[in-house]
Ligand binder design. Structure first.
Ligand code: ADP
Length: 231
């Protein structure tokens, strides 16, 4: 934990890709069990912020602190181990492994940390039930609908009991009914398990599931305290 009680915090993040400044001194913090929507126009730096917070991208300057440890100073191997053990990810397109069944996909994070198949698949099955997609457990991702696939992806993000879930436009490829369902199931499950959720979205309808909104503009993040002005 950081002194203000936050689980994950970033200060003064800067990141440039050649001549393009993606982050220009961004600050961010999130508490356990909190759902924070990161909003802002396309190209404003939302995904780069998420990738820095998750330790996928190393910022050029600034710090990311997770549970009292400075992520940006860790060697890559330690950062990836921490990511596997403590973070869950949901992307716009589920990115399920096409050769595996939905059950095997949902169990994958546990298998990668050495949990035996039987135990991993048992836990994955209960998440598929919780997300109302147990009927597609034996299907491959190519045989299920977009909404079902995304719920399998949410089960995969939750199966390891992560303390932070990073969701980058998780409903971007879904119709509004399926999008709302995924958001409800994701945020309910996160609140029940006290996981924090960093939710990147450009849709106010999706951000409505958050406790707090942060707007990124020109690589800087601003806390909106619930008042999002899209103008
Ligand atoms: P958002 O998620 O808000 O759409 P991004 O964080 O993806 O914004 O991008 C911020 C800026 O950084 C954009 O101008 C984008 O083109 C640029 N950018 C992001 N990732 C890369 C990359 N890997 N290589 C080059 N430029 C990038």
């Amino acid at each position: 934990m950081t002194p203000d009680g936050s689980l994950l915090a970033a200060t003064g993040l800067r990141k440039a890709y050649g001549p393009t400044t993606a982050l220009d001194g961004a600050d961010f913090s999130i508490h356990p069990g909190e759902v924070v929507a990161v909003m802002g126009p396309s190209g404003s730096g939302k995904s780069t912020l998420l990738h820095c917070l998750a330790g996928i991208v190393r910022p050029d300057a600034g710090t990311v602190t997770y549970a009292g440890q400075q992520l940006s100073a860790m060697p890559d191997s330690r950062r990836s181990a921490l990511r596997r053990a403590e973070f869950g990810f949901v992307f716009q397109f589920g990115q399920l492994v096409p050769e595996l069944t939905c059950l095997e996909n949902a169990a994958l994070p546990l298998r990668l940390t050495g949990v035996r198949r039987r135990e991993a698949e048992g836990r994955a099955r209960s998440w598929l039930e919780r997300l109302e997609v147990e009927d597609v457990a034996g299907h491959r991702p190519g045989e299920v609908s977009g909404g079902q696939g995304q719920r399998v992806a949410v089960a995969r993000a939750l199966v390891g009991g992560p303390r932070v879930i990073f969701a980058d436009e998780p409903t971007g490829a879904l119709d509004s009914l399926n999008g709302e369902r995924v958001m409800r199931l994701l945020t309910d499950a996160a609140r029940e398990t006290s996981a924090a959720v960093v939710l990147v979205t450009h849709e106010a309808r999706v951000a409505a599931y958050s406790d707090r909104e942060v707007v990124v503009r020109d690589g800087r993040a601003r806390d909106m305290a619930g008042a999002y002005d899209p103008a």
